[in-house]
Design a binder for this molecule. Structure first.
Ligand code: T4K
Length: 378
């Protein structure tokens, strides 16, 4: 089998029509207003308010700072129970707030925090749960809400992967005390870089707005030591345009996932997450598969390397676990993290993005079939 002519990446950003972006650029040029609450950003914030049906939206220049400021603005401190199976920024946001992460295990089905493990890890110092809707899979929302309520903890969702996900028609943003969405270029929905907080307590908005803009109340008054985490006009323009294409982006990805599911069930040793419950509208942001070395005939890491030779650039999200990075090895971890370790050693993200041709998806599946049982040398 021949390698692909062009590299196939794990993802590609959706690019709206260039003419539309140029029209928007013209507006920005005419305005001579590039950042600091410009008109394009204000319009984008209104669009998102409509989309999420709430005024409690706050935009940031990236998801990491959104989460960091969200935690700070909510006054979270002490210990926070979280998952080690995520992008490292989830824990970094705690670190920057001098909060101790308490890593507990995930559930095997959708890779989200295991509520039983969360409850077992609560101490007098616990102030919040920071759960991740990893790969856009909703966490066990009701069990986590119940634990948070009974123990008087804040429930915060890193929803970086979950834009567009709904449960029973309700946006996933409306669960918990705060949700953070990442609008990074690698996400199905993006604003080049960007982040968003959605929260039910309208009292928090002013604090978040201060914190992302140096704490300025007005020209002569600074009310808190904020930072600079503002989204600029170009990001807002991109976000605003991509929002208009969201449904078709999700639909194209859904079709790609359908082909993968159809084709991969023929290949032993490739395990896909179960389809989500029927009331969940997924966003198909990632295509996670677990490689079972014994039945597949090749380890996940060997497959990752072989696929590169075919110019298929998969990613091992999320390996290593966050607690295994050198900067977090000094954090005491009591939970054996059995599932998280198993999953991190087997997980591979296959390419998925709206421009990926279905023929290419079939070809990727053929390559995977050929790799199975080491028909291709690792
Ligand atoms: N929480 C969670 C759970 C997250 O996953 C993330 C971010 C965050 C918090 C923090 O949100 P942000 O502060 O990022 O808004 C990527 C992204 O940089 C990161 O946003 C994302 N999670 C993470 C899962 O993935 P890398 O290091 O894998 O990205 P990179 O640059 O290797 O890109 C992957 C592939 O995408 C490339 O091989 C090619 C393609 N690509 C990428 C870019 C940037 C393009 O085709 N065009 C592009 O412009 O981290």
């Amino acid at each position: 089998m021949e390698p692909f002519d062009q590299p196939i990446y794990v993802t590609r950003p959706f690019m709206p029509p260039l003419e539309d972006f140029c029209d928007g650029l013209k507006e920005i040029w005419d305005n001579q207003w590039l950042t600091n609450e410009g008109p394009v950003l204000k319009r984008f914030a209104r669009q998102l308010s409509n989309y999420f049906e709430t005024d409690n939206v706050c935009l940031f220049n990236n998801g990491t700072l959104a989460l960091q400021i969200g935690l700070q603005g909510m006054g979270i401190s002490g210990e926070v129970i979280t998952t080690p199976f995520s992008f490292v920024a989830t824990t970094h946001a705690l670190y920057w707030n001098k909060i101790r992460p308490v890593f507990v295990d995930i559930e095997p089905e959708y890779y989200t925090l295991d509520p039983e493990k969360v409850e077992a890890a609560i101490t007098p110092w616990t102030s919040a749960i920071l759960a991740v809707h990893v790969f856009g899979h909703p966490c066990n929302l009701h069990a986590l809400a119940d634990i948070a309520r009974r123990h008087n903890l804040k429930l915060i969702y890193d929803a970086a992967h979950a834009f567009g996900v709904t449960i029973g028609g309700k946006s996933i943003a409306h669960f918990g005390d705060m949700s953070m969405f990442s609008f990074h270029a690698t996400k199905l929905y993006h604003s080049i870089e960007g982040g968003l907080l959605i929260f039910p307590d309208s009292g928090l908005k002013q604090t978040f707005d201060y914190l992302k803009n140096f704490g300025f109340e007005n020209e002569t008054e600074v009310v808190m030591p904020g930072t600079n985490a503002k989204m600029n006009e170009f990001q807002a323009l991109m976000g605003s345009l991509v929002l208009g294409h969201l449904d078709s982006i999700i639909e194209k990805r859904r079709r790609i996932e359908e082909v993968y599911r159809q084709r991969l069930k023929e290949i032993p040793g490739i395990h896909l997450p179960s389809p989500l419950p029927v009331d969940v509208r997924h966003n198909h942001g990632y295509m996670p598969v677990e490689i079972e070395e014994e039945s597949f005939g090749m380890s996940r890491d060997a497959l990752y390397r072989v696929l590169k030779e075919y110019k298929v650039f998969t990613r091992r999200y999320f390996y290593p676990l966050i607690c295994d990075f050198s900067c977090y090895r000094n954090v005491a971890v009591k939970d054996p993290l059995t599932e998280a370790r198993r999953v991190a050693s087997r997980m591979l993200m296959l390419p998925i993005y709206s421009d990926l041709a279905l023929d290419d998806v079939h070809r990727i599946c053929e390559v995977l079939g050929a790799c199975c049982r080491a028909k291709v040398a690792a």
